[in-house]
Ligand binder design. Structure first.
Ligand code: SF4
Length: 261
């Protein structure tokens, strides 16, 4: 039977202070020791940071749960990479989450298949239906999720801590073990540990999402510039890390745009 573990703000605040200077592996080890194996998962789109976290977690617990979302619009290379990851980590429980087919069909009938190009609102709706909702359903059964977020990836991530209480998702614990790592540190880890990397990095991509919403970046561009590149000023987020329902996304948008609201 699942042993549920929950913390309050004060407790998580104390744990965060204790673990904020620790190495990512120590943070992950704390979580794996603390939560029921079925109630903790690495949640990743299998990008560089997620692969580093996955590798660290597997070294500590080979059969760790790993959740990734198939939005049904992923690049062909991502589907092949999922199989490569499964082959490399045969004991890890890699679970591919899918959107509700009825919700996708209803959205496409109403808005069109590529409505994400028409407005930010329609893009966010597409991300909600295809990506955020399946993840939120999965998070519902967890006490802790582990992400590969880093503070210097984007303004909306600048204040993350290694251990947080995720009030946007039932108050479960959100772990960001790479919060203070740089991109170079991530790639150094991947090389040192011979971790498989998504093949699109070799084609100039620096952040990889759905096929129609991701492009390679040019030299000097921000790493997330290839995500939803036709939008100007909007946060390069899908909504899972700053949820739309609670106003988190809008808050981050205004912070980034410098609007006083
Ligand atoms: Fe839809 Fe694009 Fe978001 Fe994928 S990244 S869910 S295709 S808007």
């Amino acid at each position: 039977m699942l042993q549920r573990v929950a913390f309050d703000d004060l407790e998580v605040g104390e744990i965060a202070i204790e673990l904020d200077d620790r190495e990512p592996q120590e943070v992950i080890a704390w979580a794996l020791d603390t939560f029921d194996p079925d109630a903790i998962a690495v949640v990743t789109a299998l990008q560089a940071e997620g692969m580093a976290i996955l590798d660290m977690a597997v070294r500590l617990r080979p059969e760790v749960r790993v959740l990734t979302v198939d939005t049904l619009r992923l690049p062909a290379a991502t589907y092949r990479f999922i199989e490569e990851v499964r082959a490399r980590y045969p004991h890890a429980q890699v679970e591919v989450l899918s959107p509700d087919p009825g919700a996708v069909e209803a959205m496409e009938l109403r808005d069109g298949r590529d409505s994400f190009r028409d407005s930010l609102a329609l893009r966010l709706r597409c991300c909600q239906v295809r990506k955020v909702q399946p993840l939120v359903r999965a998070l519902d059964g967890l006490d802790c999720w582990i992400t590969g977020l880093r503070r210097d990836q984007w303004a909306s991530r600048a204040a993350i801590r290694k251990v947080e209480l995720d009030h946007d998702h039932n108050g479960i614990v959100k772990l960001n073990p790479l919060a203070d790592w740089t991109k170079d540190e991530v790639w150094e880890y991947l090389a040192d540990h011979d971790v498989p990397v998504h093949p699109l990095y070799a084609e100039g991509y620096t952040s990889i999402g759905c096929d129609p919403c991701t492009r390679p970046v040019s030299p000097g561009e921000d790493d997330r510039a290839g995500r939803w590149w036709w939008e100007t000023g909007a946060p390069k987020e899908c909504g899972i890390h700053c949820p739309i329902e609670t106003g988190g996304f809008e808050h981050e948008a205004h912070a980034i745009l410098g609007e006083d609201r």
